[in-house]
Design a protein around this ligand. Structure first.
Ligand code: UD2
Ligand code: MN
Length: 600
């Protein structure tokens, strides 16, 4: 019998053997080389496919999640404000419209070479200024309204008139002018009383004479200049004081309104008890294309008081589908785009002038409106595009944190009652700003207007809220094995698989759970624990029976009698291991300890 070597020596001997061995090695090497090249090529292509700005650092929570839902306005990581760009570049207006570019709201694509420049310029405005400068300030846009909205007839003779107020700090010339032009082109002349631009102490040179000259050629538009940077509240108040129209309409300086935008706002604002917001669509920060945003959304906020877009309650959605052109209520407004009768604005106390630069004024205004007898609503028949930015392009005197926390502290102290204690207790970094605020005049205002409590607001305006209350259990639910129920830091989005989390090291909020009398396990950001197909998941709170858990002794049971189980696989405590519902057994992994935590 021949053994292995025997076959080998039969096949090839001496030199031949060497050649075969070398060929095999060569083929293997070539294969490896080919494979590595292919991988490299794919990686580069994958990278190229992603928009270039994805490589920039930004706070993920402040933008859009996978479902496209949480377009966030509310907290920024701060920008570089031009970085190393030359003075000439920073102060020059490069508006040079290319015929056809961006018409109909279509995206503008840049060449590879232009992309490099666009990237360099990005930090100036936190959007693609090269693209903006190529699009005409008169560009056309599609009619974004639904058929039902188009059918509505307004009696223009009987609508109140509007003063549109646009405040800006170092905005790009083309973007600002496109905002103005879109209003001029698309508002019925008899309804548009005036447009007031308020320059909040910009220092970009192109915003001086060059802007004055452009504005001088336009009817009904005037500029006010704030000699000192106050922030958007100070600037909006300056504009509002000069308004001669019946209704104040506020817009950010990087918006484009579409046909029919003004009539539904004025129609509703006429009633004198409502702050009415348009439906905000998206202007891509990259290509400036006009993109429809999700059909029904409402504004609310997280435990950290970050503004959030959420899915409206089932009741609101039902009413909306029955009558799509009717405005619907929202717990909070995003802040930038709304209309209000001038008399109501001042009667309710304008804005809190103690709020500087940016942030929190939208929540303060929303709470004040609801608690003091007015409403906040959205009309889907008024469609306005807005550039949502990933980070703020301007400077915050004293730092973004200081500015934002001080504003948030003011709003919480004046309006949130017991929930202010909750906010400060679990956001200790903001708590130190609490006592530094002089808010006596705002508290006086609240008293004079006989405003209702924050508890009333949560119960009546936002009954689906996910804050703790006295009749909701609040605390940590810890498995016998050690891990807790909770969401891991930074997870946003819907339908994330639930895992056991470390409640010894986690920042407080992540392991805190609200357990409602009806059996919902809620965490911050409006997520509820839901029995999935197999694994439990965190999903937007809804009316689904899969989100109902019943506490039976130390167990948590689903509607069909299964037990919430921590499937310990990786380590003995079950941190990072899946949560699932299983047949109830005598099993440690189904034993939960309920550790109540005082919420205020
Ligand atoms: C959102 C609002 C914004 C405001 C903010 C919270 C929308 C679409 N936008 O953030 O209006 O309510 O939340 O404060 O709802 N500005 C100044 N001076 C400053 C800073 C800003 O005039 O010191 C101007 C700025 O040029 C812009 C407007 O204020 O026109 C709003 O600022 P933003 O666009 O940075 O705010 P945004 O949209 O992220
Ligand atoms: Mn904005």
């Amino acid at each position: 019998m021949l053994h292995k070597n025997g076959y080998w020596s039969l096949l090839c001997r001496g030199r031949k053997k060497k050649i075969v061995v070398l060929t095999v090695i060569l083929v293997v090497l070539l294969n490896c080389f080919f494979y590595v090249s292919l991988e490299l090529y794919n990686t580069i292509r994958r990278k190229e496919k992603q928009p270039w700005y994805n490589s920039l650092q930004f706070d993920k929570n402040s933008y859009v999640d996978e479902s496209g839902m949480r377009v966030i306005v509310g907290h920024y990581v701060g920008g570089t404000n031009g970085g190393n760009l030359s003075e000439e570049v920073i102060h020059k207006n490069n508006y040079a419209p290319v015929p056809g570019a961006g018409e109909g709201g279509r995206p503008v694509q840049l060449s590879q070479r232009e992309l490099i420049t666009a990237r360099e310029l990005y930090s100036l405005h936190s959007y693609n200024i090269l693209v903006s400068d190529k699009i005409s300030i008169n560009r056309s846009l599609p009619d974004m309204r639904s058929d039902k909205c188009k059918e509505v007839q307004f009696d223009l003779e009987n609508l109140p008139t509007a003063t549109v107020i646009i405040v800006f700090h170092n905005e790009a010339w083309s973007t600002l002018m496109r905002t103005v032009m879109s209003v001029l082109i698309r508002s019925p002349a008899q309804l548009l009383q005036q447009i007031i631009l308020v320059d909040d102490a910009s220092d970009r040179k192109y915003l001086f004479e060059e802007l004055d000259e452009a504005v001088a050629k336009l009817n009904k538009v005037k500029i006010l200049r704030n000699p000192e940077r106050k922030g958007l509240v100070g600037a909006r108040l300056m504009g509002a004081r000069q308004a001669t129209g019946d209704v104040l309409v506020f817009l950010d300086a990087h918006c484009e309104v579409t046909i029919g935008w003004l009539e539904p706002l004025l129609d509703r604002a006429g009633s004198d008890d409502v702050f009415i917001c348009p439906h905000i669509d998206l202007l891509s920060e990259d290509t400036l294309s006009y993109v429809k945003s999700i059909d029904a959304h409402w504004g609310a906020f997280s435990w950290r008081l970050h503004f959030r877009w959420l899915v409206p309650s089932g009741e609101v959605l039902k009413k909306k589908s029955e009558n799509p052109s009717k405005p619907y209520p929202t717990p909070a407004m995003a802040g930038g785009l709304f209309a209000v009768r001038k008399s109501l604005f001042w009667r309710l106390g304008g804005y809190d002038e103690g709020m500087v630069i940016w942030g929190a004024e939208n929540l303060e205004l929303s709470w004040r409106a609801w608690q003091c007898g007015a409403r906040v609503e959205i009309t889907s028949c008024s469609r306005v595009g807005h550039i949502f930015r990933r980070h703020s392009p301007y400077k915050y005197p004293g730092g973004v944190t200081k500015v934002l926390y001080a504003n948030l502290a003011r709003a919480a102290v004046v309006w949130m009652d017991e929930w202010a204690d909750f906010y400060f207790k679990f956001n200790p970094e903001v708590a130190s700003y609490r006592d530094q605020q002089s808010v006596a005049n705002r508290i006086e205002l609240r008293k004079n207007l006989s405003c209702k409590s924050f508890g009333w607001y949560l119960n009546n305006v936002w009954p689906q809220h996910f804050f703790p209350t006295d009749d909701r259990w609040f605390g940590r639910i810890k498995n016998e094995k050690g891990a807790c129920i909770g969401v891991t830091v930074g997870t946003v989005g819907l339908g994330i698989p639930a895992v056991g989390i470390d409640c010894t090291k986690q920042a407080e909020f992540e392991s805190l759970v609200v357990f409602t009398p009806e059996g919902k396990l809620m965490v911050d950001e409006g997520l509820c624990l839901q029995q999935g197909n197999g694994r439990a998941i965190w999903k937007s709170c809804s009316d689904s029976s899969k989100q109902i858990w019943e506490q039976k002794g130390p167990r948590l049971k689903t509607q069909d009698g299964q037990c919430l189980t921590l499937v310990v696989t990786k380590n003995m405590h079950g941190i990072g291991d899946p949560l699932t519902s299983k047949r109830c057994l005598t099993d440690d992994k189904q034993i939960w300890h309920f550790e109540r935590v005082p919420w205020r």
